[in-house]
Design a protein. Sequence first.
Length: 98
Amino acid sequence: MLFYRAALPLSSRTLTFAAGIIRRHRAAIRSPWRKLNPGQQALLVLAYLRKGETFAEVAAGFGIGTSTAWRYVNETVALLAARAPKLRTAVRDAQKAG
């Protein structure tokens, strides 16, 4: 398999935000060690979501297994979803905003 570098049209604030959520989660569950640090995990997930590559492709780019990439993406998406407003709240806020 061949590897390549790619640019992502995302801000460093986005990466820092996602990494912070992952870092706090790992501290809460007392996860002592993982193959990728929180920043790398956040970058992997953002690259997966933004570029739409397969788990095998992003896993190869980060030097991890496909199942590990799948786990990292699912974990991070769940953490981000938990922070999202509930549908009723989002609809109410949208109605208020016009």
